[in-house]
Design a protein around this ligand. Sequence first.
Ligand SMILES: NC(=O)c1ccc[n+]([C@@H]2O[C@H](COP(=O)([O-])OP(=O)(O)OC[C@H]3O[C@@H](n4cnc5c(N)ncnc54)[C@H](O)[C@@H]3O)[C@@H](O)[C@H]2O)c1
Length: 323
Amino acid sequence: MMKILLTGSCGFIGWRTSEMLLENGYYIVGIDNMNDYYDIKLKEYRLRKLQKYENFKFIRADIENKKLLSGIFNEEKPKIVINLAARAGVRASIENPHVYFTTNVLGNLNLLELSVEHNIKKYILASTSSLYAGQQMPFKEDLPVNKPISPYAASKKSAEVTSYTYHYLYGLNVTILRFFTVYGPAGRPDMSLLRFLYWLYYEKPIIVFGNGHQKRDFTYIDDIAKGIIKAIHLTNSFEIINLGRGKEPTSIIEVIRIYERLMGKKAKIVFKEKVRADMESTRADINKARLLLGWEPKIDIEEGLRNTVDWFLKEGKNIGFKV
Ligand SMILES: NC(=O)c1ccc[n+]([C@@H]2O[C@H](COP(=O)([O-])OP(=O)(O)OC[C@H]3O[C@@H](n4cnc5c(N)ncnc54)[C@H](O)[C@@H]3O)[C@@H](O)[C@H]2O)c1
């Protein structure tokens, strides 16, 4: 069984990716520090799902702690590292920038050093569409993304370039995946798509930053997880690849309207001032993912939101999490 060290395994993307890998017969050593940036009940719910698999082992650990990580590499001897652990909120990164750098940059550096030391065959790093702020759409991977407009984006850019350095110096096989606004069942309660659903269900006002016309290339979680799994097999030694829906983006207001229809409820929207670090619109060029990974996203926004609503009504609301 191929052994993968996957960080952020109790996070949204880490959990679903682990689940698919476990179904595909991989052995997963999942690492997460279970921090309380958002309601930990969701992380515990995802962990309970993963612990049903015999080929899953969970270690509560912080990627900032190199000594602890080193012990895990020695003990577990993974072949592949997928680093999805991160502080991931654009707005929160303005409030508390330091942890974005200690986790996203130095934590990644710890994993890179240990990956070289342990002769890891493949290193995958999660990056973000937030790097493309100010660029011409659709966003292509070779655009010069050197003006990050949030500490979060700056930390991810730093992690990307450090990963390149470790590829250059030591021949580490690195694939960097830039995700575009990921959503779906058991998603993140700090992100608008789960918050809107929660507020609509409990008939609370829906808070929208800006005028709601900002658009996102919303990408469904299963498509993202499949893209990550495909990247494991990419033999090219260093690549940066977008994973996004790659179609006409959807506005925040449109999302609310779809939810209203699906839930049979009317939203009360409260508009708040736009956050300077928020981008107006995102749209991925996904030709590189098609070409190198043979990847094609399948789920459109209607179907993805329907799945999210179904999950929330069946399971999500019983978890008792708060947004
Ligand atoms: N969700 C999106 O739309 C999106 C978009 C672009 C990029 N990303 C990136 O994808 C990755 C996964 O994001 P997500 O949406 O699943 O976020 P998430 O917050 O749900 O998951 C991240 C997980 O990492 C864990 N973690 C954080 N700091 C840690 C540390 N120091 N040590 C160990 N574990 C730690 C958290 O507890 C959490 O469970 C992140 O790197 C994020 O930046 C996500």
